[in-house]
Design a protein around this ligand. Structure first.
Ligand code: GLC
Length: 745
């Protein structure tokens, strides 16, 4: 071997040995090395999360020793602490602790940080998972610039009872659509990977079945079969876990008599066992201590024992881990191994976030100012807000309005308010003016030309019986070519602890509509809400209706974009709207029963109310456009398939109207006969397509075994041979084309 080659060999070998010697430690090795230095008290400290003093999202425990506890390494995380200045100040105290383990900062960034996006249920109406991912991405970018590295979102609870106020936080009633949205939101919040400066940990909540609270009463019990749990309420959590969600939050409710926080079946058997989840589980606010109220444990000592044994890694605000875990270890009730497992999960995420490398990496004030004033964020918020608006009615094609219209009367209690448009769970960022919102009045002013005269009257309040403002509203309406009426609920009437027994539009707002219609003018009604409301008079008498939910910072401009056709509404409902509160629960994927009701003309001896239609006011998947679409030419590649086979489905969609627009084409299946009865239809796929006026496109779907499978009596995920109905629809009720096929053994 000549000298040169020999020299090169030695050089390479030498370099390799240096690298081997200074082998970069893996995250687990780093975690183990920190664990090896920690006392039991310091380990337990990592399992504690306290609320900062800025704002509270639960019952507050006054505690002015937080700083000293942090110095002693007795705290792992703070929540409701925002802004680089405040976050830095707490992190500096953590750096005074013996091991300098950085704090995590968690926040409910549910639909935006400074830029507020539509509430999640509104965004779900877009069925646009890319748009929802972008919304979460921007929220994470802003939040991480504000010192936050953990959001308690997405809320992925399936909800089928609009009396439950937290229906506004999720994606509605359907596990298929809800799972796709859960995936999009997790990816949006967490970005390419944890450790990127604009990535925050996401949190799948509330585990599990919190949305099935009996009577829609928040925090109430949940009672269901394991089969229903697996078929309807777990899929969105599984999707979040498969998307790599960093954390889970357990829920306040008891599930079949066992509080979720102390539920080993949920947290250890399913989440950490069957699903092999590697992140960590945080309790909900005080939910460990609330197991005493449940009557599942007798005191804080037993509550801590139950929660840690069941797999809850971090205690949000109850202080039972702080007060009792060390004693439980000393009493040999809790093996140190359980503490170590929880702490390793928590430390692993702190390493992945890069907090050990630089505890202040999320505390850059210059980045905070830059990201919280990024015009691209407002543009994205306006676009997804327009995509979230559902056109429920449009008689005589009143909408879109002409921009040459002479006089518009804009009436109602929600025309001028600003902050109402942010809905529930908005974030009040300290030191930052987050009051920026385009009101509905401003949005219209921004849109109309100088030849259009805008008139305003409030008409009435959101609540109360006072009709004094009707006269002025009528005077204004009489002068107008068209009336726009903006009504609804207050933004804090839907959200956490906001369950309602009456979900009508409150006050005399529908009476105001009746008065305005008496002028003979056409009235466009905007309904602002966080939940499906009941509004039968409006539904039957208004000329046009837009369900505008709560659309966030860009509400006014987005509403104006839709009113004047700069955006053709494409949204479809992810949740059924009941005719009355007595019709709840009502959802499209119901079983047929032995005495199915199929029409409103016959209520004899079938499953229906004798005094009410069998149909909701508006069904899952419903939403209109300014154009129309024709569905034709449904083709299946075959009529029989085996379980390892697939059927290609194609259908042609034509825009038969005068406006370019988007259509959400939905594919439903029905398994006609199953060892467990199967729903009359289930959403199994959809496509959102754009078509110019007159344009036609053929779209494809694939039917495979996965789409035919369900949980049988033994909770096995199976596809059973037999006949299936295939339905292509513009909604779960507006089925345009049908066919059938057979799954053969
Ligand atoms: C609340 C909510 C939960 C939230 C947490 C922190 O009670 O149930 O969704 O993330 O407390 O604010």
């Amino acid at each position: 071997m000549n000298k040169i080659v020999q020299g090169a060999f030695c050089l390479i070998f030498g370099m390799l040995s240096i690298v081997a010697g200074a082998q970069v430690k893996s995250v687990d090795q780093k975690v183990d090395s920190v664990m090896g230095l920690m006392t039991l008290e310091e380990k337990i400290g990592q399992m504690n999360q306290y609320n900062d003093d800025w704002t509270a999202t639960g019952p507050v425990t006054l505690d002015n020793t937080k700083a000293e506890q942090i110095r002693q390494g007795q705290l792992g995380s703070l929540l409701n602490c925002m802004g680089t200045r405040r976050v830095r100040s707490w992190q500096m105290i953590a750096m005074q602790s013996r091991l300098k383990i950085p704090l995590l900062f968690g926040q409910d960034v549910i639909h935006g940080y400074k830029t507020t996006f539509p509430i999640p249920l509104a965004e779900a109406c877009s069925w646009d998972t890319n748009a929802m991912e972008l919304s979460a991405r921007i929220a994470a970018t802003e939040a991480s610039a504000g010192g936050i590295n953990w959001t308690f979102a997405p809320m992925v609870d399936i909800a089928r009872d609009p009396r439950w106020g937290r229906v506004m936080e999720g994606a509605g009633e359907d596990p298929y659509l809800g799972s796709l949205i859960a995936t999009a939101r997790v990816k949006g919040f967490q970005g390419k990977k944890l450790g990127d400066l604009n990535a925050v940990m996401a949190c799948a909540k509330h585990f599990a079945a919190y949305g099935a609270a009996i009577g829609g009463r928040d925090y109430n019990s949940v009672d269901m079969s394991d089969r229903l749990l697996w078929e309807v309420y777990l899929p969105t959590f599984k999707a979040a876990e498969e998307a790599g969600v960093a954390t889970f939050m357990n829920s306040f409710n008891d599930l079949n008599g066992v509080p979720a926080t102390g539920n080993k079946y949920l947290q250890r058997d399913i989440l950490k066992g069957k699903w092999d989840f590697k992140g960590f589980v945080v309790s909900d606010w005080g939910s460990i201590g609330e197991m005493i109220n449940h009557g599942n444990v007798k005191d804080g000592y037993e509550a801590a024992l139950s929660a840690i044994t069941a797999g809850c890694d971090m205690d949000m605000e109850s202080r039972n881990y702080k007060d009792h875990l060390a004693q439980l270890v000393k009493d040999n009730k809790v093996p140190v191994a359980l503490i170590d497992e929880a702490v390793k999960r928590i430390l692993r995420k702190k390493f992945e976030l890069g907090l050990f490398d630089d505890p202040y990496r999320f505390c850059n004030a210059e980045r905070e100012q830059r990201e919280l004033n990024n015009p691209a964020h407002a543009k994205a918020a306006r676009e997804i807000a327009a995509k979230s608006i559902v056109l429920l009615k449009n008689e005589h094609q009143l909408l879109p309005l002409s921009k040459n219209i002479k006089v518009i009367a804009f009436i109602g209690p929600l025309v001028k308010p600003i902050m109402q448009n942010k809905g529930f769970w908005d974030v009040e960022v300290p030191d930052i003016d987050s009051s920026y919102v385009v009101s509905q009045w401003e949005g219209l002013k921004n849109k109309v030309g100088k030849n259009t005269k805008l008139l305003y009257a409030k008409g009435c309040a959101i609540e109360g019986e006072n009709r004094d403002g009707f006269a002025e509203a009528l005077e204004v309406a009489k002068q107008a070519d068209v009336v726009i009426l903006s009504i609804g609920e207050r933004r804090d009437m839907t959200g956490e602890a906001k369950s309602r027994s009456n979900i009508n539009i409150p006050g005399v707002q529908e009476d105001l509509l009746k008065a305005l219609l008496s002028t003979g003018k056409s009235v466009v009604v905007l309904i602002n809400a966080g939940r499906p409301l009941v509004f039968n008079y409006t539904a039957e008498h208004a000329t046009a209706i837009l369900y505008t939910w709560w659309l966030g910072s860009e509400a006014g401009d987005a509403i104006a974009d839709v009113l004047f056709g700069d955006y053709n509404p494409s949204a479809k409902l992810p949740i059924s709207f009941p005719l009355s509160v007595g019709q709840i629960p009502i959802y499209y994927s119901h079983f047929n029963t032995g005495r199915p009701a199929t029409s409103d003309t016959n209520h004899n001896y079938n499953s229906s109310y004798n005094d009410l239609s069998i149909f909701p006011r508006y069904e899952f998947g419903y939403g209109l456009s300014y154009t129309t679409f024709k569905y034709s030419n449904l083709q299946l590649s075959k009529k029989k398939m085996t379980s390892n086979d697939r059927i290609e489905v194609s259908v042609e969609i034509t825009n038969t109207g005068n406006y370019a627009g988007e259509e959400i084409v939905q594919l439903y299946l029905r398994d006609r006969v199953g060892s467990i009865v199967r729903p009359v239809k289930e959403l199994k796929d959809f496509r959102k397509i754009s078509l110019k006026a007159g344009e036609a496109k053929t779209i494809q779907f694939v039917i495979d075994k996965e789409k035919l499978s369900f949980y049988n009596q033994k909770l096995e995920w199976v596809a059973e041979p037999g006949d299936f109905d295939l339905m292509i629809g513009a909604s779960s009720k507006d089925i345009r084309l049908t066919d059938s096929f057979e799954l053969i053994p």
